[in-house]
Design a protein around this ligand. Structure first.
Ligand code: TRP
Length: 477
């Protein structure tokens, strides 16, 4: 597999040219909070076994299981209220959304208005500091597990882009090629690095401003991360990692240590080229990533470093229904950015789970159950117009609209998002004048060259330093 040629600072270390890791035994994972209590090595072993049994029992009872590696919901989909309770985070309130609008002068993104981002940690603390003129930076990431992105993958990045623009703050994006290598049995390092490189293009195609955005692969940037990672590793016991993630004694030790790698970018000292030490961090993420940041925040407290604030999204349901999430590995569950318009419409018509009546008569008489209707749920995420969404919801619930009509509208909206832009359009992808939105995606993706990826991945760029230096100067003024 060819890996794109990289400049000196991205050069692949020689030791990375190693064969794939030996078998990683599949772990039983546990979303529970880390618990205290002295356990011997044998104790850890047995507690893993009993945790596995408990997990199996919960599954058998149809209970939900949400970890960074798997999402399994009960009959009625993921119970997000319960997740907030189990994880110990806070629901986002309408007051907080209004406050974000006041502070940024920007209309909150529909993902926020419609509750797709629903939970947080320390959002008020972050906003209080921002209000007093203290800038933060944003950190998010992606595990490069697949070649092409589906609509669900775009959610955190489109939202992150909105946050970055609204608050005008620096952004760092971690590509965890190391994580995927450690957790996927047959993935080689070379392939994981290549996927990360390709995914960087997908992410760049969302329209991030290169002057304010640094993207890195862990296997490239680890030298800078390492001093921070070490501090974190030293403060996470095997017991705590075990209790937070439910590792199996047969798991490779890289998995255990990886938690500290994902925590490291949450501290600005990991980016000495362009961030000053002690800058607060804000982490948009899907709720399944919360266990990492629970640990990270505990360590921050120990080290007296600023604790990162978090904002969590729900999952995008699979086309087949909200019991599970869109999966990159099950093609029929997901709408890909690379699907043709015809294919998108076909998938929606064939697979999108309907909450409508079984027959036209039934639908006319009883209406649809919007909560389980996937087409409506997708419209809620992708249709920008609040009034139209409300009208569709009312009419569909009242039986005035049929499922086919709602699916047709969803087909329009989704095609618009992924549609290739006209050949003759004078869109200048990196022209800053242009508001780049989702519909530019495919066209934008095709235009991104390796040189652009290299630019985003260079931490020592003058443009990064200077755009924040300016910002700091205006803050000081
Ligand atoms: N572990 C994440 C994944 O598998 C990737 C990731 C790394 C991430 N750092 C992050 C996600 C910070 C959210 C926030 O997708």
């Amino acid at each position: 597999m060819q890996i794109a040629a990289a400049p000196a600072h991205l050069a692949q270390p020689r030791h990375l040219a190693t064969p794939p890791a030996p078998n990683a035994v599949r772990a039983a994972h546990h979303p529970g909070l880390a618990r205290a209590g002295a356990l011997s090595a044998a104790g850890v072993f047995f507690s893993a076994l009993s945790r596995r049994r408990k997990l199996a029992a919960r599954r058998a009872e149809g209970e939900q299981v949400v970890t960074p590696w798997e999402v399994e919901a009960g009959e009625d989909g993921v119970d997000y209220d319960k997740l907030i309770e189990t994880f110990g985070c806070q629901p986002i309130t309408s007051e907080q959304i209004e406050r974000i609008e006041r502070l940024t002068g920007k209309r909150p993104h529909r993902f926020l208005r419609r509750g797709l981002f629903f939970s947080h940690r320390d959002l008020d603390e972050l906003l209080n500091a921002y209000e007093k003129g203290e800038a933060f930076y944003i950190y998010t990431g992606r595990g490069p597990s697949s070649e092409s992105l589906h609509l669900g993958h775009l959610v955190p990045f489109l939202f992150t882009k909105w946050l970055q623009e609204a608050f005008d703050v620096p952004l760092v994006i971690e590509l965890t090629d190391d994580e995927k290598f450690l957790f996927k049995k047959d993935l080689t390092i070379e392939e994981s690095r290549r996927l990360a490189w390709e995914n960087a293009k997908d992410i760049i195609a969302c329209g991030f401003d290169p002057k304010k955005t640094f993207i890195f692969r862990d296997s490239d940037y680890i030298q800078q991360l390492y001093p921070v990672t070490l501090q974190i590793q030293k403060r996470i016991s095997l017991r705590t990692a075990q209790n937070t993630f439910g590792f199996d004694p047969a798991d490779n030790i890289g998995k255990v240590a990886f938690a500290a790698v994902q925590a490291s970018p949450a501290f600005s000292i990991a980016f000495p080229d362009f961030l000053e030490p002690g800058r607060r961090c804000f982490v948009p993420q899907a709720i399944d990533q919360d266990p990492y940041f629970r640990l990270c925040r505990r360590v921050a407290e120990d080290l007296k470093w600023p604790k990162p604030a978090c904002i969590h999204s729900k999952f995008l349901p699979a086309l087949q229904g909200h019991q599970t999430k869109m999966s990159a590995s099950v093609a029929s569950t997901a709408l890909y950015m690379t699907d043709t318009e015809k294919k998108l419409r076909k998938k929606i018509n064939k697979h999108a789970f309907s909450g409508g009546g079984k027959t036209e008569e039934e639908q006319r008489e009883h209406g649809a159950n919007l909560d389980v209707d996937v087409s409506y749920q997708y419209l809620k995420i992708w249709l920008e117009d609040d009034e139209e969404l409300e009208r569709i919801g009312e009419d569909y619930a009242a039986g005035k609209l049929l499922t086919g009509e709602v699916k047709k509208r969803l087909g329009d909206v989704v095609s618009e998002i992924v549609r290739e832009h006209q050949e003759d359009s004078d869109v200048l992808f990196f022209g800053t004048e242009l508001e780049i939105n989702e519909s530019f995606f495919l066209q934008a993706r095709a235009r991104i060259e390796d040189a652009t990826v290299e630019r985003f991945m260079d931490p020592a760029r003058e443009e990064l330093r200077s755009s924040f230096a300016k910002k700091l100067a205006t803050e000081a003024a």
